[in-house]
Unconditional design. Structure first.
Length: 134
């Protein structure tokens, strides 16, 4: 007797194949996600390396501009005063940047609403927490 075609399978055969079909689909989705993440991480790594290279060159540029500022101030005041003035300006810039960073870290350390909502949903499914009806 020939094997039944897709049109001739019984409902029980189709239901019996369902776990294997779902498992195959889940594995295919996981493989797809892995491939996409690998592709994105590769390009992210290349981009990050280029940004790091630009940052190194930017540091040298910053040193050059600081030296130029000191030389410019040295035209109107003694060199030691010019260096102190530029140092003071840089200290103010650093303080402002650190204050802005502090404010952002404080905002970023607040709990995520979506995570809290997910925890509440899981508690509701388990029947625990605020949803405990016992």
């Amino acid at each position: 007797m020939p094997a039944p075609t897709n049109d001739e399978r019984s409902l029980f055969q189709i239901i019996g194949e369902l776990p294997e079909t779902v498992s195959t689909l889940v594995r295919a989705e996981i493989d797809q996600v892995k491939a996409e993440i690998s592709y994105k991480l590769k390009h992210f790594g290349i981009g990050a390396g280029l940004v790091a290279g630009a940052a190194v060159v930017g540091v040298f540029l910053l040193f050059t501009l600081i030296t130029a500022a000191i030389f410019a101030f040295a035209l109107i005041m003694p060199a030691w005063a010019a260096a102190l003035t530029v140092g003071g300006i840089l200290l103010v810039v650093i303080a402002v940047l650190l204050w802005i960073a502090y404010v952002n870290f404080k905002r970023g350390s607040e709990p995520l609403e979506s995570v809290e909502s997910l925890k509440a949903d899981l508690d509701a499914l388990k029947g625990t927490g605020d949803y405990d009806r016992r």
